[in-house]
Write a protein that binds this ligand. Structure first.
Ligand code: ADP
Ligand code: ASP
Ligand code: MG
Length: 411
């Protein structure tokens, strides 16, 4: 019997009516002759609300208790979904991440799935039930505490379960019709992409396209599970993320990210070993450095800038501050008002002039580029935070023809 994993995001389970809609879709899929595993996110803005609540009772971070708190959000929606499905006459059972055997590292807030012993899920399916698993959470066998997988982590839960269970497809139900050529909230005429390769989707996700968490794409790629990103409000086909795509496009899409900040260490002596002295302790502190720029050296002194997630600013400043003192640098500052815009497309590898055109478009719109980084299939620029929407729109306009044509009926 085919096995389908369906993941429903926060908007898709935002209230009682939506949960009933989800139950109907799940039951239809089950009655069509499939085994169904459902992964749910917390309802609506629950996760954000719980984070706000925590900030109101405590000034300091409490990672273990924060995970206890946040995992409650998905518990609520999984139980309600199970009830709504059973109400329609199909047996269902909800499981927390820990009950489903999702074993993770012990890092609260950013745990990684290391193993899934899916026997309870399998047993539930074998007894003819729909199994609903709480997304975004697991348990660490080392600390025996519950953990969360990072924002958007329910996508990773779904893809990892699909991999372990050998599902035929992992469906990601969300509030847009699929993956678009840019965030449709910023570019209203962005087009739905019919097919995208794992590699391109991974670059889009890592560059900030929140529609699919990067780690879910990695699971899909590693275990060759097709991922279908689609709307929970229609039955239309969405976007297929898979190994090979039919259409070659030079640019597949434009991603943007406002979650990073830029840290600059001023007046660093320009000599061997200084970069290592700075970035080794940052790595040890678990700070995820993205882009790095070292300015031109003058009189043996230079500035080094790098970007980090805003959530890591405090640790980054701690480390950079003490390194700055140790090496006799001129001090450290942070700029939170930055954003990153990226062009992604496998066709870039064989096309010259893409970067030049990107820089020209940004300059024609009066947008200053503060940092640049590239991969074989991505070019990213850091710009001022206030310029990001203009940057995304103007690049989407300027690269229209380099993107795959709209499929019939789209647009
Ligand atoms: P869910 O709660 O279902 O997981 P998310 O909010 O995590 O939903 O992801 C869906 C959102 O991702 C969309 O509402 C959209 O604004 C945003 N998004 C960003 N980039 C893209 C893109 N390229 N294509 C589609 N949606 C995108
Ligand atoms: N509820 C979590 C979040 O808001 C996980 C998820 O929705 O994927 O990030
Ligand atoms: Mg999401």
């Amino acid at each position: 019997m085919p096995l389908i994993v369906q993941k429903y995001g926060g908007t898709s389970v935002a209230d009682a009516d939506r949960i009933r809609d989800v139950a109907k879709r799940v039951v239809d899929t089950f009655r069509a002759g499939n085994e169904v595993v459902v992964v749910v996110s917390a309802m609506g803005r629950t996760t954000d609300d719980l984070i706000d609540l925590a900030k109101r009772v405590a000034d300091r971070d409490h990672p273990r208790e924060m995970d206890m708190l946040l995992t409650a959000g998905e518990r609520v929606s999984m139980a309600l979904c199970a009830m709504a499905i059973e109400d329609r006459g199909v047996p269902a059972m909800s499981l927390t991440g820990s009950q489903a055997g999702i074993l993770t590292t012990a890092t609260h807030g950013q745990a990684e799935i290391v193993e899934i012993s899916g026997d309870r899920v399998r047993a539930g399916l074998d007894s003819g039930k729909v199994v609903i698993v709480a997304g975004f959470q697991g348990v660490s066998p080392d600390s025996r505490d519950v953990t969360t997988l990072g924002r958007g982590g329910s996508d990773a839960t779904a893809a990892a379960l699909a991999a372990v269970l050998g599902a035929d497809v992992c469906e990601i139900y969300t509030d847009v019709d699929g993956v678009f050529t840019a965030d449709p909230r910023i570019v209203p005429d962005a087009r739905k992409i019919d097919e995208i390769s794992y590699q391109e989707m991974l670059e889009m996700s890592v560059a900030g396209s929140g529609v699919l968490m990067g780690r879910s794409v990695e699971f899909g790629r590693r275990y060759n599970i097709p991922i279908h990103v689609r709307s929970s409000f229609t039955t239309d086909m969405g976007t297929w993320v898979k190994e090979e795509t039919m259409e070659e496009a030079i640019i597949r899409g434009i991603a943007h990210d406002t979650s990073e900040a830029k840290v600059t260490v001023h007046g660093v002596p320009d000599k061997p070993g200084v970069a290592a002295t700075l970035f080794e302790p940052l790595a040890r502190a678990g700070v995820n450095v993205d882009m790095i720029v070292q300015n031109v050296s003058r009189d043996g002194i230079t500035d080094i800038s790098f970007t980090v997630p805003k959530s890591s600013i405090a640790s980054a400043l701690d480390v950079a501050g003490s390194v700055s003192t140790d090496v006799g640098a001129g001090g450290v500052d942070v700029d939170e008002d930055i954003a990153k815009v990226s062009l992604v497309g496998a066709g870039m590898k064989s096309e010259s002039g893409i970067a030049a055109k990107m820089f020209r478009i940004l300059s024609d719109h009066g947008i200053n580029i503060e940092m640049i980084s590239t991969s074989p299939i991505r070019i990213s620029c850091i710009v001022a935070g206030g310029d990001i929407e203009k940057a995304v729109r103007s690049l989407h306009d300027g690269f229209q023809t380099a993107m795959a044509p709209a499929s019939e009926g789209d647009g």
